[in-house]
Design a protein around this ligand. Structure first.
Ligand SMILES: Cc1cc2nc3c(=O)[nH]c(=O)nc-3n(C[C@H](O)[C@H](O)[C@H](O)COP(=O)(O)O)c2cc1C
Length: 230
């Protein structure tokens, strides 16, 4: 072996280490960015209609935004309560709602990330401001802060809606529901899990679906009284 031959394995090992570190960093960045910017692969997002009749009267839309799926179960609990009150309730992801003309009332809600509704929920309200301001519209929030229902936490969570109110000032919601949600580390990106762990937040299912149904039942009369759109 000459000097060059002896040097070659050392260089290969360095290159191998550089390539592996680069690949690991790229994977971490990719996972982090994917988690920060949108949904996680393999999550289930509820969409439903009850009763199963698209021509039913008293059609209420429950449009929601979610990253890990649990906000859909909150929307679904609202739908069940509204159906029990004689409404026709449709649960849809906000990004799948193209036309508000079939509905006589709308509930829009979102999970919270970093102190705000998810961007697609805010964009939905802004871009449909004119239609929504002519309908009974309610908002809801699903987040961790509400796992302790205190006046301070209510004030904090209501402030999460400031950008929504600023972006769509013509809408005065008939009700605002503030609900505790779910943190499931198995559904989070590496980066988001690390961020929550660093803040000392542990995972848990804090939903209170009976309270959600109670809220929806209270809102129902405002929706049922609304005139169907022509
Ligand atoms: C990265 C991240 C940031 C969050 N930021 C907040 C926050 O600022 N305030 C809060 O109350 N909850 C926060 N949460 C909690 C979520 O809003 C809560 O887990 C919600 O129920 C998730 O809904 P989903 O399963 O529909 O995505 C955060 C959760 C994650 C993963």
């Amino acid at each position: 072996m000459n000097g060059q031959d002896e040097k070659q394995p050392g260089m290969d090992r360095r290159r191998f280490l550089m390539v592996s570190c680069g690949a690991t960093l790229a994977l971490v960045l990719h996972r982090g960015i994917a988690g920060a910017s949108g949904g996680q692969a393999g999550q289930a997002f509820v969409e439903s209609i009850c009763p199963q009749d698209e021509k039913a009267a008293n059609r209420v839309l429950i449009a929601y935004a979610s990253r890990c799926g649990s906000t859909g179960s909150i929307a679904q609990a609202m739908a069940e309560a509204l159906c029990a009150k004689g409404a026709s309730a449709e649960v849809r992801l906000v990004q799948n709602v193209k036309d508000l003309s079939p509905y006589q009332a709308v509930i829009v809600g979102s999970a919270i990330r970093a102190g705000k509704w998810l961007s697609e929920a805010t964009a939905f309200v802004k871009s449909n401001q004119d239609s929504l301001s002519g309908l009974p519209t309610a908002y809801f929030v699903a987040c961790l802060t509400m796992r302790e229902d205190t006046p301070e936490n209510r004030a904090k969570v209501l402030a999460y809606l400031d950008p929504v109110r600023k972006g769509a000032p013509k809408i005065t919601p008939v009700a605002v529901g503030l609900f505790p949600g779910v943190v499931d580390f198995s559904k989070l990106s590496f980066m988001n899990k690390t961020v929550l762990e660093a803040k000392g937040i542990s995972e848990g299912d804090y939903r209170n679906l009976p309270a959600v149904k109670g809220w929806a039942s209270e809102v129902a009369p405002a929706f049922m009284a609304a005139r169907p759109r022509g």
